[in-house]
Design a protein. Structure first.
Length: 97
């Protein structure tokens, strides 16, 4: 039920913004996650480029940095003989526990 309500809310937000859901992906997690990508068309004056960023500028994050990496490691750890998990352990980045 939780996932259905999340998808319904995502769809409702798209309807309110007069846009559409055009794709998606599935990731195995022990918790539900939903996200999206927004694309827009603006004039050159309406576009703000990130290449002018300066120390002290505000950085707005929509999720914690490293979330996808943590999800990947969780998935890799549960798969026997997964080459990515094996590389992590071999480099002593993490212990198998």
């Amino acid at each position: 039920i939780c996932t259905q309500e999340m998808v319904r809310g995502f769809r409702d937000a798209c309807v309110e913004a007069d846009t559409a859901i055009t794709g998606g992906q599935t990731v195995l997690n022990p918790w539900p996650i939903i996200g999206g990508v927004a694309t827009s068309v603006v004039t050159k004056d309406g576009y703000i480029s990130s290449d002018g960023a300066q120390p002290g500028d505000v950085l707005v994050l929509t999720k914690p940095i490293g979330t996808q990496v943590a999800v990947n490691v969780h998935e890799w750890k549960g798969r026997p003989n997964n080459r990515f998990w094996n590389q992590i352990v071999e480099k002593s980045v993490l212990t198998p526990e």
